[in-house]
Design a protein around this ligand. Structure first.
Ligand SMILES: [Zn+2]
Ligand SMILES: [Zn+2]
Length: 257
């Protein structure tokens, strides 16, 4: 394997996260999870998700690739893109992560409106939360979530393969953390980052259309009035779907149309 392409870094990150969260949840699970019951669907959906990521990346790079500036070439001109491309590496990666996460907040919020809900139903179908259940995403959901993760770092900020992989890696870490079956709080960081209990509330069978949409930075929910503190909820909440459950788990649910 070479590390010339961001996909190589991202694959290593993904495999590391699978191992890490698999071990952490085995050692200190927050709740007992009936994994065996949902494993076939989770594996099928994860395979669809990985296919969707590859297809979306290919589509973005094929259509936008010829327009992308060369990240190794010195920045030229006075345009915004040139200014962003010439930012110091750490700053560029940090700002790109915030911009991607901001986009994902609004994409996710849009998915909870009537025209796009069918793209997202599958993600809300699990009745028990653990790292693999979080990968339940339809093809269209994956496309809508992956596109900003390709376009923003590689075509707006002209990141190198490694810089781009760090941006995507941060979102991937958030994906695993927010769906983890772990009691994770992280002290003051929990006021900035989305913790599992916050996203778990988003997966509640009731009221999932109106709260806790953020992926990485919980500040978006606080800023745009969609934050709900999980500590105010008494007792266990039921997860999953009611009337849409059948539709979500069918072929159209997998495709998201
Ligand atoms: Zn949602
Ligand atoms: Zn989720």
């Amino acid at each position: 394997m070479t590390f010339e392409r961001s996909e190589d870094y991202e694959l290593v990150t993904f495999v590391s996260l699978v191992v890490l969260f698999g071990v952490l949840e085995a050692v200190a699970p927050a709740r007992q999870v009936k994994r065996r019951e949902q494993l076939p669907m989770d594996l099928l959906a994860a395979a669809v998700a990985l296919l969707g990521v590859s297809l979306t990346r290919w589509a973005c790079k094929t259509t936008l690739g010829p327009l992308a500036p060369d990240p190794t070439a010195p920045a030229s001109g006075l345009g915004v893109l040139s200014a962003l491309a010439s930012l110091p590496s750490v700053l560029k990666v940090g700002v790109a992560i915030v911009v991607v996460d901001f986009c994902l907040y609004w994409v996710h919020r849009a998915m909870h409106t009537a025209p796009l809900w069918r793209t997202h139903m599958l993600h809300h179908s699990p009745e028990h939360m653990y790292w693999l259940a979080g990968l339940r995403t339809s093809l269209t959901h994956v496309a809508m979530f992956t596109a900003p993760q390709v376009i923003v770092p590689f075509f707006v900020f002209s990141t190198s393969a490694l810089e781009g992989a760090v941006v995507v890696g941060a979102i991937n870490v958030a994906q695993f953390v927010t769906h983890a079956n772990l009691r994770l709080r992280l002290g003051p960081l929990g006021r900035v980052l989305v913790m599992p209990a916050v996203h778990r509330l988003h997966h509640a069978r009731e009221d999932h259309h109106r709260r806790n949409f953020a992926s990485l930075l919980v500040v978006w929910d606080r800023l745009f009035g969609t934050y709900q503190d999980p500590d105010v909820i008494q007792g266990e909440i039921a997860l999953g779907l009611q009337e849409d459950r059948h539709r979500a788990l069918g072929l159209r649910g997998l495709v998201g149309v």
